[in-house]
Design a protein around this ligand. Structure first.
Ligand SMILES: C[S@@+](CC[C@H](N)C(=O)[O-])C[C@H]1O[C@@H](n2cnc3c(N)ncnc32)[C@H](O)[C@@H]1O
Length: 427
């Protein structure tokens, strides 16, 4: 006779963890916790409406180190000639091998969507033009051309997706000066997009550029290591993710996003947003729009210039009251606090709210830096636990969303492996 098996564990709550709030005064649309959320829980997985290449930081060109469609890192030393021998990576037939693909499926998809003959001609023109005339001569100008090429292409390929792009935050009037959008509009006109030009007014181009500025996520290159052991970070591509674009900003975020562009999945350009710590039902879910170790001044400047608001989050309210100090000193304070303020860890079970209020009077959010900021030099990444087990048990492994490092254990100084930097596995 068989003894009956124990019943399976109850499934974790299947109810969706997030809900959209149509308007929070002064903040616009927002995402809030639809139920209590566990540390590391996946809040959202999102696919891009469009992707476009970043510039190579060495020479300002579009990098050919990544697949021209899915942006996976291409193996070094692969032949680039169209006549290259068997085993070479497929190339775009139209731009003399400037754009390479990780395989035939990506090339075939690209030629129908992201790298149509028109997009190929437009990007080739930008490449061969060398330096663009002012005010487009900076790195920003070229990236924006690449964005507009992708946006015009999207309009031609999928009007529905283009409407989703238009529904995102950002208007024609959000530019500090109309000069740059006008110059970009006239450049795009000269490249002749494959659409009724009347559909693309200067206002529409300006609105698209604002949407890009306020909503694009950078997909990072694999983290390099500088000569001093510090993390080197560069963006390989930018993407517009329509659902993730609804997260508002907080300088002490409760969620952070991960990407795994070089992972094995055929959906490698998806981004995944996970909870950093426990979040009660009804709380707004926020990301930080930049590394959490930026100073008060740097954060306020970026938020005002690029996103059009002055941040009044708990952290900014505290730091606003700090006496003037130079930025390096402020950064040093964060570092020292995160190394020294071990007492704050005792408050972990109370959740972030209690901890933030009970920490050091001058630096009440020290706990966040101790627990959730990557300690690798120059990384500035945020740590979130790996997703909970199917039984809902919180993982003891924290993952950095910038360098990909994994850290084991609750104690930020206990890396479980005796390494100085607290990293036990590099992702
Ligand atoms: C990526 S969108 C976020 C979603 C946006 N609220 C919406 O309605 O689509 C970025 C914009 O949201 C608003 N926003 C984000 N975080 C905010 C905050 N902490 N305070 C005020 N406004 C914020 C700003 O208008 C910003 O440009």
């Amino acid at each position: 006779m068989h003894s009956s098996l124990p019943p399976p564990p109850p499934p974790p709550s299947a109810a969706t963890p997030i809900r959209v709030v149509p308007d929070i005064p002064g903040r616009g649309r927002a995402l809030v916790a639809a139920r209590a959320i566990k540390p590391g829980e996946v809040l959202l997985t999102d696919s891009p409406l469009l992707l476009y290449p970043a510039l190579d930081s060495a020479d300002g060109s579009f990098s050919s180190s990544f697949c021209g469609h899915c942006y996976r890192t291409l193996a070094a030393g692969v032949p680039r000639s169209p006549l290259a021998s068997v085993g070479a990576l497929p190339l775009c037939p139209g731009c003399s091998g400037q754009v390479r693909f990780c395989g035939e499926p990506c090339r075939a998809m690209a030629l129908l969507s992201s790298h149509t003959p028109w997009a190929c001609r437009a990007l080739s023109m930008i490449r061969s033009a060398g330096r663009l005339p002012p005010p487009l001569d900076g790195a920003e100008g070229r990236s924006q051309v690449a964005f507009l090429v992708a946006a015009y292409n999207l309009a031609a390929a999928s009007p529905e997706d283009f409407r989703r792009l238009l529904s995102l935050q950002g208007d024609a009037g959000d530019h500090a000066s109309p000069e740059l959008p006008l110059a970009l509009h006239s450049l795009m006109g000269s490249i002749s997009p494959p659409l009724d030009p009347a559909g693309f007014s200067p206002e529409l181009t300006a609105a698209l550029l604002s949407k890009d500025r306020m909503n694009a996520f950078g997909l990072m290159e694999p983290a390099g290591v500088g000569s001093g052991g510090e993390v080197e970070k560069r963006v390989r591509a930018y993407g517009i993710y329509p659902n993730a674009s609804l997260f508002n900003h907080d300088c002490l975020p409760n969620a952070c996003r991960f990407d795994y562009v070089d992972g094995g999945s055929d959906r490698n350009t998806e981004i995944i947003v996970r909870a950093i710590h426990e979040i009660p039902e009804g709380r707004e879910l926020c990301l930080s729009y930049f590394p959490v170790n930026w100073t008060f001044k740097e954060r306020q400047k970026r938020l005002l210039e690029d996103y059009g608001f002055s941040c009044a989050c708990d952290r900014c309210l505290v730091e606003k009251g700090w006496k003037e100090q130079d930025e390096e000193e402020e950064k040093e304070d964060h570092k020292v606090a995160s190394m020294e303020d071990e007492e704050a860890e005792d408050d972990e079970d109370e959740g972030m709210e209690g901890v933030v209020e009970e920490g050091d009077g001058d630096f009440p959010h020290a706990y966040f830096f101790v627990r959730f900021m990557c300690q690798r030099e120059n990384c500035g990444g945020t740590l979130a636990p790996l997703p909970p087990s199917p039984q809902g048990v919180t993982s003891g492994v924290m993952e950095c969303n910038a360098c990909g490092g994994l850290r084991k254990g609750d104690d930020p100084c206990d890396d479980g492996g005796g390494e100085d930097d607290g990293i036990v596995v590099d992702g």
